[in-house]
Write a protein that binds this ligand. Sequence first.
Ligand SMILES: Nc1ncnc2c1ncn2[C@@H]1O[C@H](COP(=O)(O)OP(=O)(O)O)[C@@H](O)[C@H]1O
Ligand SMILES: [Mg+2]
Length: 264
Amino acid sequence: MEQVQYLDWNNSIQILNKAYETGLFVLIIGPKGTGKTSLVRDFAKNKNVNLESINFSLRTRESHLIGTKTLTDGTVSFDEGVLVKSMKAGNMLYLDEINSAEADVLLRLDEALDDRRQISLKESTGEVIKAKENWFVVATINPLTHSGTKELPPQILSRFPVRIRLEYPPENIELEIVKKHVSGEHESEIIQAIKLANTLRQAAAVEELFYSPSLRETIAFGKLVDKEMSPKDAAKIVFGNVYTQWGNIEYQKVSDIITSMFGN
Ligand SMILES: Nc1ncnc2c1ncn2[C@@H]1O[C@H](COP(=O)(O)OP(=O)(O)O)[C@@H](O)[C@H]1O
Ligand SMILES: [Mg+2]
């Protein structure tokens, strides 16, 4: 997928720049779909540094970070994981959704993130890998309301002293962002969809609804109306139908809101 240029609406690039120059690691906190990954990708691209990424889940193992021994034609070699690779090369390392990781994985990561910036390869030769000078780490976490996320232990948090908070943008900014991804026609319909998204986000924030739509949804809406789908249908498909997952009452609540905003 082609990379759309990131719209830096709250000065995050400047903060990232200062963190990069001082070698302070960064934590980005915000709900899904608020632009965390795009921000980091865009930053790395502009800095012209290579980016190693890992997306954490309950299934992420230490070996994904460190590496695994492999045997080919009778020769044992070590297939380096993203952490070791990025430390050796002095690349940028992106730890996505770090609060989905298991405790043992975080512990191993902590070894590398402390002030010595080194890790011992007990899996292989026991060699100690020291990170290159310009090694830089950015991690993201979702707020605790997201399912599957855990509280990040304080000692890991403290490895990331620069914290950027990303929220859903103000309406006019969200419109600008969506327009970067779509044709630019149908502006009034997109504004309406952003209003709908914000209504649903507010309801989700006070736990009246189970799901909070992100910029992914407002962008998807824009793309569908670009393809001549009626705004009402696009709203139902992108914003409404998902609530069926929590039953008919939840779905009906949202359907009524859509009807009131987009007509029958
Ligand atoms: N500031 C922005 N500028 C351009 N596109 C954005 C911006 N914020 C979000 N997006 C778009 O919204 C979608 C979700 O963003 P993403 O970076 O994947 O969010 P997250 O990593 O927080 O889940 C992507 O299509 C992304 O391009
Ligand atoms: Mg992401």
